[in-house]
Design a protein around this ligand. Sequence first.
Ligand code: FAD
Length: 460
Amino acid sequence: MRLVVVGGVAAGTKAASRARRVAPEMEISIYQDEPDISISECGLPYFLSGIVEKRSRLVARTPEDFAEKKIEVLVRHRVEKIDPETKKLTVRNLTDDMTFEDHYDRLIIATGASAICPPIPGDDLDGVFNLRFLSDADNIMSYIREHSPKGAVVVGGGYIGLEVAENLHHLGMEVAVVEAANEVAGVYGSEVSRRIEHHLKEKGVSVYVSAEVEEFTGDGRVSGVKFGEEELSAGLVIAAIGIGANTDLAKEAGVKLGETGAISVDRHMQTNIPDVWAAGDCVETINLASGEAAWVPLGDTANQMGRVAGTNAASPDGENPLEFPGVLGTGIFRVFDLGIGKTGLSEEEAEAAGFSVKCASVESPNRAGYFPGAGEVFLKLIADVDTGRIIGAEALGAGADKLTDVCATAIWGRLSYPDLVNLDLAYAPPYGPTLSPVIQAAMVLSGKFERSTEGVRSTE
Ligand code: FAD
């Protein structure tokens, strides 16, 4: 039995490793078009600034490590075609540019996502980069070494753009973030986005919102970025405008795509084609808070999906022992001193999904107020009016990671605000205020729900 995995980063390598554990005798190969496998893309912004010092620390395992587990890895090989009828693959060796045929009994598509950038005049100038692969980081760093740019413009104020902005600032560059929407970090509510913008400016990063880039200017090499009446000087541009799922290979093979445009899979991570599974950034799943189809391209999710796909693809025919239930889209990132986390739906997303919501926001010290080193944390809880269930949370500031994870667990366990009011969480002065901000926010919600119930009674 031969398993072929297409794509060798988070989902693909996890799937192959799990398959090896489940089926010690299975023949397993991974095709990866990039020169590196098993890389931590999440660490790339910190590699740019040198916070992560060594390139090798971003490569979790090498092809040699996989060979020890009897998993063959072919880097710089791109799978160009899947024929599900004959179970044949057309593969291009990117080193000699020759193609050859391979075959599979079981196939896992883990082709991930790529940076997308709508064509902007001047985007082919030297010094305009995306950041997705380790090779992108290599190119950016060698450009910085060669040209020592004084100013950088990051186009796009999503989490990757903001992480890059921070890290270029650490390198001593003057950094501007240019965002087309009217706020940075648009998947968060306005309260959070405004605070992030304020913090960036405090740290000396310029922020332009409602600013659609019209042109990158320069003569061979980028020297400026034009939008509206502005032209910013820029010796380096990182375009972090967005990413799109890599679905062409799957689509051409007849694999069904979902409503988000990513690959559609069932709870076993199986596609509509027999013996073909898919996992990671190339697939869509369900947002458990809204029940709607969601595309949430995140590293931990890709890993978890890979585990399910790898186990199922290596199990005896028809068994499919593992299921992937869906996601809450829980994520966190850092901008300078701020941790910014989110789980479930923002207020705006909840309303767009048809929920009627009540929200509560609190600001609280992240330790006992008298304890040295206490910082501030902001937490917003979003609850469904009909059931009282918590369906979303956003946290920002010191200790945002812990609050985000507590709230994610609450949403996962379908808890409602009265459950959180009495939640038994740990407390000691160095670790938090007497009542966790989660409990404080649940108490505020409780007051809002009680008042609205009284309101209903008074009109009866
Ligand atoms: P990918 O990482 O996209 O890997 C798929 C691989 O398959 C690619 O190397 C691709 O080139 C290759 N491939 C595609 N088609 C073919 C083909 N036909 N043949 C052979 N190979 C092919 N996530 C978080 O959860 N937290 C973070 O803090 C975070 N930070 C990030 C920061 C940055 C700068 C970036 C770029 C991403 C970050 N992510 C983060 C997202 C995370 O890295 C991805 O969700 C994760 O890498 C997805 O893994 P994947 O295996 O599904 O896809």
